[in-house]
Ligand binder design. Structure first.
Ligand code: FES
Length: 82
């Protein structure tokens, strides 16, 4: 299914780009801009963004796994204020 008509990007292209980014870096934040860049394209009208974002969120590898809620340094500061 075509998601972005301006740049002819399909749901398959988006899933492949998300999977590729996640395989390259397990903690990267995946954004539409990064997906366009990975596909060698740039957004034009932006009309596809709602469907583009829905397609990204439906990818199994979209989420960042096991990132701590706060970095250890900030956890210690909060405990000291206590
Ligand atoms: S439809 Fe995607 S940028 Fe226009």
């Amino acid at each position: 299914m075509i998601v972005c008509h301006c740049m002819n990007i399909t749901d398959h292209d988006i899933r492949a780009a998300v999977d590729w980014m996640r395989a390259s870096d397990a903690e990267t934040i995946v954004t539409p801009g990064k997906i366009y860049h990975a596909l060698g394209k740039r957004a034009d009208c932006g009309g596809c963004m709602p469907l583009f974002l829905d397609t990204m969120r439906r990818c199994e590898s979209f989420g960042v796994a096991d990132v701590p809620a706060r970095p250890p340094l900030l956890r210690r500061v909060r405990a000291e204020r206590g």
